[in-house]
Design a protein around this ligand. Structure first.
Ligand code: HEC
Length: 139
């Protein structure tokens, strides 16, 4: 009986570990409010739209075809490599790298930079919410 109880406690804490911390939840809520302002029909962020953003190649800031996959690979639990500097990038997946999606300042800064690198503009609230949903769920 006690074993069962312990097992379920562990299960619960594992599920919670995969959830976003408070500041990230607040950030996602802010993005939702903005997305809704920009489009009253907006309902929820979407994994498939996020996947498209992450995997689509565009002529980037440096004038060459590039996508998020170019630096982060399409297996988010793997290490990536910065295409511009050849430096190793730790995995993006929060299950492989517990630091990910914990510091809202980092997330904002890198999303802004990386969107600019690939799409030559800052992502909209909808795009940011979709791509974060994808990265977190894909794990
Ligand atoms: C030219 C290489 C490159 C491209 C292209 C790129 N990234 Fe990154 N990304 C980086 C680097 C470098 C970092 C910062 C180093 C680190 O955090 O390990 C980073 C960090 C991030 C982070 C920070 C996560 C956290 O919590 O620390 C997110 C989110 C992210 N990238 C998403 C994206 C998305 C979405 C795209 C496509 C729009 C993208 N990246 C395209 C190189 C790239």
């Amino acid at each position: 009986m006690i074993k069962l109880l312990l097992a379920s406690l562990v299960a619960v804490s594992l599920i919670q570990a995969k959830e976003l911390n408070t500041q990230m939840q607040e950030f996602m809520n802010t993005l939702k409010v903005e997305a809704k302002k920009q489009n009253p029909n907006f309902k929820e962020f979407d994994y498939a739209r996020g996947e498209e953003i992450f995997t689509t190649e565009a002529i980037g800031k440096k004038g060459k075809l590039i996508s998020c996959v170019s630096c982060h690979t399409d297996t988010l639990s793997n290490k990536g490599m910065n295409k511009h500097t050849n430096k190793v990038i730790e995995p993006l997946s929060p299950s492989a790298n517990t630091q990910r999606f914990t510091d809202i300042k980092d997330v904002k800064k890198w999303l802004r930079r990386n969107f600019n690198d690939v799409y030559k503009r800052e992502g909209t609230a909808l795009e940011k919410g979709d791509v974060i949903t994808y990265m977190i769920k894909k794990g």
